[in-house]
Ligand binder design. Structure first.
Ligand code: KIV
Ligand code: ZN
Length: 531
């Protein structure tokens, strides 16, 4: 093992997908996995196959179709979970099973209702079982940072004896602080018999905003795998953000003395793709990939930047895949120039997607004088990063005003190819559009979040709408232990972009609704458009 190399373990598709409202369908997971492979991550944690048949299916497809990274599946220390994880990854060229069990007293007593001895024995037995199936086994003592140290060393050592090749130390509830987490890793290295045979990994949550700092502190103490997610997605406040980890290791390589395999130029396109698919927007001041990460407002800073970039910039925007966002294409630009520009921006589209995106570009160029990279990102996100359509929006028309009753007429194409038109009035034009769509689709849900942003400045700017809807669905999940179907409220996000904000709002609603309908009934989708 190269001691100067840090393994980047991406868990966007597993822990990241546990973010409320971030549910992805199998096609979206495959797209994200393809992009993660381009990004150069070493390991993709593709899912938790025992949690639902859908998750198993996604892990299997990723294992078959994605080449390069190791494909990993998560399992509790339960035989059937491990068997499902193996079923998920066995066809991958490089595969890993990741087993976990809680080791903190609080989780063992109240959640598992097991004693320390029982947990130790179960961990031993299940790591051995995983290892009998797969050469590459990762073991995680969940809530390690709140676990009794001596017990933790004993469980880790047992896992090594049974053949675990990676030992992952999770700060499950984001409780640790950097100095303390660093000494935890140092102590584990000194007190765990056999530790030199395994790679030490860390998995930090961001409840106190310290996930990245904790992970990096662990690297200084010899951790050589970091588990992280794109845009820092994940359970509750999320996980350590991959882009922050990678750029910190790169920018401060003088300090850390280690490197990763990540192709940093793919960071920004990956962030955009994940944000579009999950509907979770990236905050403007987010480190590395936020909209303001490379913009300078104060006069003193701008003056410094103009004189010499490095006066106020520690990273080159090109390094993360951002190119010049001023005018890029115009009305007369052809398909070739359009495709080239998207490639330069890190978007690698299939021919069919490219055709649709190009048609949208032409439409936009007729309405808007200058097309910037942000406009192109909005087009790709609206046209390509969308779920399969069960219903397709064909037309939307509204009448509104301070003395008018807001009224909308919409036309949708249904799964059987039938074109359906309906109308409704509402408290405003967007409400009227959503009500008219509801009259056709008839899937009860509640709009819980609606946000709108202008992609660029000016009256002709493209508006981007992101929404979340909540609905009851039959959850086929097999968690916790007993397989059962229960009705649960789930969140579905959607996004849409258009120079007309009513159209953008309608598209965002259709995107969320199509996800909801797919989860409810696995209905057939409308065939792709032929342009
Ligand atoms: O946060 C956590 O402890 C986890 C484990 C399954 C590694 O996600
Ligand atoms: Zn986690």
């Amino acid at each position: 093992m190269d001691r100067n190399h840090v393994i980047i373990f991406d868990t966007t598709l597993r822990d990241g997908e546990q973010s409320p409202g971030a549910t992805l369908n199998t096609d979206e997971k495959l797209e994200v996995a393809r992009q993660l492979a381009r990004l150069g991550v070493d390991v993709i944690e593709a899912g938790f196959p025992a949690s639902s048949p859908g998750d198993l299916d996604a892990v299997q497809r990723i294992s078959r179709e994605i080449h390069g990274p190791t494909i990993c599946a998560l399992a509790r220390c339960i035989r059937s979970d491990i068997d499902a994880a193996w079923q998920g990854v066995q066809e991958a060229a490089r595969r890993r099973i990741h087993v976990f069990i809680s080791t903190s007293d609080i989780q063992m007593e109240y959640q598992l209702r097991m004693t320390r001895d029982q947990v130790l024995a179960r961990a031993r037995e299940m790591v051995a079982h995983a290892r009998s199936l797969c050469d590459d086994v990762e073991f995680s003592p969940m809530d390690a940072s709140r676990s009794d140290r001596e017990f933790l060393y004993a469980v880790l050592s047992a896992a090594i004896e049974e053949g675990a090749t990676t030992l992952n130390i999770p700060d499950t509830v984001g409780y640790s602080v950097p100095g303390e987490f660093a000494s935890l890793i140092r102590d584990i290295r000194t007190h765990t018999p056999g530790i030199e045979k395994a790679t030490i990994s860390v998995h930090c949550h961001n409840d106190l905003g310290m996930a990245t700092a904790n992970s990096l502190a662990a690297v200084l103490e010899g951790a050589r795998q970091i588990e992280c997610t794109i845009n820092g997605l994940g359970e509750r406040a999320g996980n350590a953000a991959l882009e922050e980890i990678v750029m910190a290791l790169y920018t401060r390589r003088d300090y850390f003395g280690v490197s990763s395999n990540v192709v940093t130029q793919e960071l920004y396109p990956t962030s955009r793709m994940v944000s579009s698919f999950t509907g979770l927007s990236v905050q403007a001041n987010k480190a590395v990939v936020g909209a303001n990460a490379f913009s300078h407002e104060s006069g003193i800073h701008q003056d410094g930047i103009l004189k010499h970039r490095q006066t106020y910039e520690i990273m080159d925007a090109h390094m993360i895949g951002l190119t010049d966002s001023s005018l890029v294409l115009g009305k007369h630009s052809g398909r070739h120039a359009f495709a080239d520009k998207l490639e330069q921006m890190g978007y690698h589209l299939e021919p069919e997607d490219l055709n649709r995106a190009f048609a949208r570009f032409k439409e936009l160029a007729d309405r808007k004088k200058s097309i910037t990279e942000r406009d192109l990102e909005a087009i790709v996100s609206d046209e390509v990063f969308q779920p399969g359509e069960v219903y397709r929006l064909l037309q939307v028309q509204v009448s509104a005003g301070d003395k008018a009753i807001p009224t909308a007429t919409v036309q949708l194409e249904g799964p059987d190819g039938r074109v359906i038109t309906d109308a409704a009035h509402g408290t405003g034009p967007v409400d009227a559009v959503y009500k008219a769509i509801n009259r056709i689709v008839q899937v009860p849900n509640e709009l819980v979040e609606f946000s709108i942003n202008a992609v660029t400045e000016g009256i002709d700017a493209v508006g981007e709408v992101t929404i979340r809807i909540e609905a009851c669905v039959d959850d086929e999940s097999t968690m916790p232990l007993n397989a059962q179907t229960e009705r649960r409220k789930l969140l579905f996000s959607g996004h849409g972009a258009n120079t007309d904000i009513i159209v953008a709002s309608a598209r965002a609603y259709m995107s969320a609704l199509n996800k909801l309908i797919a989860v409810r009934g696995q209905a057939a989708t409308v065939p792709p458009r032929a342009n």
